[in-house]
Design a protein around this ligand. Structure first.
Ligand SMILES: NC(=O)c1ccc[n+]([C@@H]2O[C@H](COP(=O)([O-])OP(=O)(O)OC[C@H]3O[C@@H](n4cnc5c(N)ncnc54)[C@H](O)[C@@H]3O)[C@@H](O)[C@H]2O)c1
Length: 261
């Protein structure tokens, strides 16, 4: 068998690719936007408020790549349709989708306000599905696409910290990821999830401030630390690139060994 060193060296190159990142104003979204740009991708970041996307856009532009901010509430189908139209107008295609938009609400299950529970489902599950649905149509036409959903270790296992909405929402994302991988393989669309353990962002501020809860989290991570930006970027670049062409329907745990035991 021929070993093509030049091709292999180039496997992570994303030059000429267009990436769309939902929840692009968040901690993880910003990092992934910059990470994909470092490897050559032009990046569209989306979120509910245009002004909050400024930093992510600047981060990508400073790396010499094209950047665009588009408003979109991922739980609203009309918004998602318009977002996809704008990206197509600006770039003509979407090669990579990363569905980062998500929220976490914690409460003891027995007292969980149903409206809060529903909001988590609407943004995390419905929002991820709508983004995949409409970007998937574009990718189907192109005959190419890499979709990366953002799950969590909470989709794999329960936790004493009140995750009766967030945990099931991430388990649903895992299921959706596998379903879309099976359904869209024929269109040459890879669909994988990244499932991180905790990293310190506004989403996990409450945990960081609660010493007892923080200890519970830390005691469950064999590598003994929270995830950091680089951990998430490495996984995203990999799944977005040709290096992962034969990987689909997988949940990549970026979790310091958390789910290993
Ligand atoms: N921080 C962690 O420890 C951790 C661990 C596992 C998984 N995750 C997941 O990573 C993703 C990003 O988390 P983060 O820590 O960067 O949080 P973050 O709060 O910094 O970012 C989330 C982003 O999603 C956006 N968003 C929320 N609702 C939206 C909507 N309806 N439409 C569009 N955008 C919306 C927010 O405005 C924010 O910019 C989430 O899906 C989260 O569940 C985070």
């Amino acid at each position: 068998m021929e070993f093509n060193a030049a091709k292999i060296k180039n496997m992570f190159n994303l030059e000429g690719k267009v990436a769309l990142i939902t929840g692009g104003a968040g901690a993880l979204g910003e990092s992934i936007a910059a990470g994909l740009a470092v490897y050559g991708a032009d990046v569209v970041v989306t979120g509910r408020t245009l002004s909050t996307l400024e930093k992510a856009v600047q981060g990508v532009a400073q790396l010499g790549r094209k950047a665009l901010a588009v408003t979109c509430d991922v739980s609203k189908e009309d918004d998602v349709i318009k977002m996809v139209e704008k990206v197509k107008e600006a770039f003509g295609k979407i090669d990579i989708l990363v569905t980062v938009a998500g929220i976490a609400k914690r409460s003891p299950a027995e007292d969980f306000p149903i409206d809060d529970w529903q909001q988590v489902m609407d943004i995390n599950v419905r929002g991820t599905f709508l983004s995949c649905k409409h970007v998937g149509k574009v990718m189907k036409e192109q005959g190419y696409g890499k979709i990366i959903t953002i799950s969590s270790v909470r989709g794999f296992a329960g936790h004493p910290g009140g995750y009766a909405a967030y945990g099931p929402s991430k388990a649903a994302i895992d299921g959706l990821t596998k379903q879309l991988a099976a359904e869209w393989a024929k269109y040459n669309i890879n669909v994988n999830a990244i499932a991180p353990t905790i990293f310190w962002t506004p989403l996990t501020q409450q945990v960081l401030e609660d010493e007892k809860l923080k200890q519970i989290f830390m005691s469950r991570i064999p590598l003994g630390r929270a995830a950091v930006t680089e951990d998430m970027v490495g996984a995203s670049v990999y799944l977005a690139s040709a290096a992962a062409d034969f990987i689909t329907g997988q949940i990549l745990y970026v979790d310091g060994g958390c789910t290993a035991g």
